[in-house]
Write a new protein. Structure first.
Length: 348
């Protein structure tokens, strides 16, 4: 083995690595300076995450262009070129996904910083999230297809598959009916604005917040930190409650079963005092009325309001507890009780 056979591959590989490392360092330096100069957008800082895939693309391209001059044995040249082609396609798709992620995250961050409307921000977040997932899926599918087409046997398979595309299309359409339904339901949710990330919803008698929306499923985080995963087609085919639609303000009710002698006017005054001490009350409504009566009790209802679903839940619990404590301390006779009398003696 002569010296040239050893030094040429080392020179080609080493030179490619040196150029790759220097280019990556220079790119990172330029992005850091651009990020420091343009503080109004996080785009340049987010693009720094593209350094690794950029270096991989550059190194694969340099090696692909110079591997024939590296002194490799002729029988290994096609295999090395094929491997470098696969690496180049994969790394290029990775770089495209990272760039798309940086652009989407930057656009959303700027929109959220400039728009005070939380509902519109959550709507845009839902849309850009689903669009980003679609773009990523398209890039991955195209990259995998391009990698498979580099294998000569796969080209013949592809031609035969195209020849039978009609039959395969019918079979695939029947088999993937549910998946396609969820896919179109996800797009309908994204652009129909029926439900958004961060909305408070009630599904299957479970109250929670929409935490994640994908093209096929939706995750609801309940008040007790459980996660309910549901197909997105549920939200296009079945009724559900969305407490965040049309504004986040909420009206809640609190009920008490009390004795007929309950002091209603003092209860109204106490309710007003309690509401003024609770920070979750937004000051819009705070009323109390008798809504029903039975032979043994009356049903008293308080109507209160808060700025969102979380606060209305806290407010209802606090009002129920405090007014009940007040009744126990000052008007215990107002609480329901069971009347008992001695049986009347029968005639002898």
């Amino acid at each position: 083995m002569d010296t040239d056979t050893v030094l040429r591959p080392i020179a080609v590989i080493g030179g490619s690595l040196v150029v790759t490392l220097l280019s990556g360092w220079l790119l990172d330096l330029l992005l850091r300076r651009a990020d420091a100069r343009h503080t109004e957008t996080p785009l340049w800082g987010l693009l720094r995450h593209c350094r690794l895939p950029f270096q991989l693309v550059l190194c694969a391209a340099l090696l692909y262009g110079s591997h024939r001059r590296a002194g490799i044995s002729p029988e290994y040249v096609p295999a090395v070129g094929h491997a470098l082609t696969l690496v180049l396609i994969a790394s290029a798709s990775w770089l495209l996904v990272r760039i798309a992620t940086a652009v989407v995250d930057s656009s959303y961050a700027r929109y959220a910083a400039q728009n005070p409307d939380d509902a519109r921000v959550r709507r845009v977040r839902t849309q850009v999230t689903l669009i980003h997932r679609v773009v990523t899926a398209v890039v991955v599918v195209v990259a995998v297809a391009a990698m498979l087409l580099t294998f000569p046997p796969m080209r013949a398979v592809g031609a035969s598959m195209l020849a039978s595309a009609g039959v395969l299309g019918i079979v695939a359409g029947i088999a993937a009916q549910s998946s396609l339904g969820n896919l179109f339901a996800g797009l309908q949710i994204a652009f129909g604005d029926t439900v958004r990330i961060g909305d408070t919803v009630v599904v299957d008698k479970e109250w929670g917040t929409v935490e994640e929306i994908t093209l096929t499923f939706l995750v609801v985080r309940t008040w007790d930190e459980r996660r309910i995963t549901m197909p997105v087609s549920y939200f296009t085919g079945k009724p559900y409650e969305n407490w965040s639609r049309g504004g986040a303000q909420m009206t809640g009710t609190v009920f008490w079963h009390l004795d007929h002698s309950a002091p209603l006017d003092p209860m109204r005054e106490e309710l007003r005092r309690i509401l003024e001490e609770i920070p979750e009350w937004d000051g819009r409504t705070g009323s109390l009325a008798v809504t029903d009566t039975t032979p043994h009790t009356i049903l008293v209802r308080a109507v209160v309001t808060a700025k969102d679903a979380t606060d209305i839940w806290t407010l209802r619990c606090a009002v129920r507890e405090r007014l009940l404590t007040w009744l126990l301390a000052h008007h215990p006779h107002a609480l329901p009780r069971t009347a008992a009398v001695d049986a009347r003696p029968g005639a002898s």
